[in-house]
Design a binder for this molecule. Structure first.
Ligand code: SAM
Length: 286
């Protein structure tokens, strides 16, 4: 990072580039273009990324940039941008800074007034959520739960207090433990275990809390691989915005005509007027 690099064809910026989460063919053409053109690639593991980049002819110099070195190297990244260089940040799989290194340096680059440019692509979170069949909004991403038992329980309870869709990452050696906790605490929620997305043994397991641990115990091979866990919305709690909409509609409905109450609530919430009118009166508006 210390030398000035020549042949810069991109404006100086930190390009945050998504890498495949299994299937190499998911590396986007624009990602390849940017990775070929930047002066330097900051890679979580240069050996892991080196293989895939070599396969698509990217020969750009790489340096290691991981959770241990991120804080120490952030200043050098800024200095390199000051000298007019362009840099790409990549992680071993998926999108940097999503349960991966990158957040610290991204904040530092922003604070120093330089551009951070996303080159979007694979991300286990969005891949799993997109096929979950659960509402994407409101949803809450919790990443990895803590590893210590009491902190794990506490964070899971915090998560379950949200009525909307919940998304977690989990490592294979803790997946049964998480399954057990979901059985006990996520009562009434539907669960998707999105396993090995985009890979040969990809599996989407749609079950209910209460059945999770036994699904893994029935066949220990199922514990292998990478998992995203998506929980459907609570069937008993209401999301706070739903609650507010119900209240608003009821209060306005007491004072105004159903049509006027539905129109004002629609203006404030963005929910279609006809939906609110039907909710208030049980009929479609004439
Ligand atoms: N930055 C990555 C992303 O954009 O998804 C996530 C990195 S995080 C260190 C790794 C975790 O992501 C895994 O433990 C797993 O929970 C999830 N993950 C990554 N690849 C996956 C895949 N192919 N299938 C299912 N989950 C995956």
């Amino acid at each position: 990072m210390s030398q000035d690099l020549s042949l810069n064809t991109l404006p100086p910026a930190l390009y945050v580039v998504a890498m495949p989460i299994g299937q190499w063919g998911d590396l986007a053409p624009r990602a390849i273009e940017v990775l070929s053109q930047v002066n330097l690639i900051l890679a979580e593991d240069t050996r892991v990324s080196g293989q895939i980049l070599k396969s698509v002819g990217v020969l750009t110099r790489m340096v290691s940039f991981n959770s241990h070195s991120e804080v120490g190297k952030a200043g050098k990244v800024v200095e390199s941008l000051e000298r007019g260089n362009s840099l790409a940040l990549i992680s071993d799989a998926g999108t940097p800074a999503i349960s991966d290194p990158g957040g610290f340096v991204i904040r530092r680059v922003i604070e120093c007034g330089y551009s951070v440019i996303p080159i979007p692509g694979p991300c286990a979170l969005t891949a799993a959520l997109s096929v979950s069949g659960f509402p994407a909004a409101p949803s809450h991403f919790f990443g990895f739960l803590p590893t210590k038992s009491s902190a794990r329980d506490q964070e899971l309870e915090t998560a379950l207090a949200y009525a909307g869709t919940l998304i977690f990452y989990e490592a294979p050696h803790r997946i049964v433990d998480l399954a057990k906790r979901l059985d006990l605490k996520a009562v009434g929620r539907s669960v998707l275990f999105a396993r090995e997305l985009t890979k040969t043994h990809e599996q989407l397991i749609r079950i209910n809390a209460g059945q999770c641990e036994s699904w893994f115990i029935d066949n220990p091979d199922r514990v292998r691989g990478e998992f995203v866990i998506v929980l459907g919305p609570s069937k008993t709690k209401k999301a706070s915005y739903e609650f507010e909409t119900d209240q608003l509609l009821a209060v306005l409905g007491r004072e105004l005509s159903p049509s006027k109450a539905a129109a004002l609530t629609s203006e404030l919430t963005g929910i279609p007027k006809r939906t609110l009118y039907r909710q208030l009166t049980g009929k479609s508006e004439a």
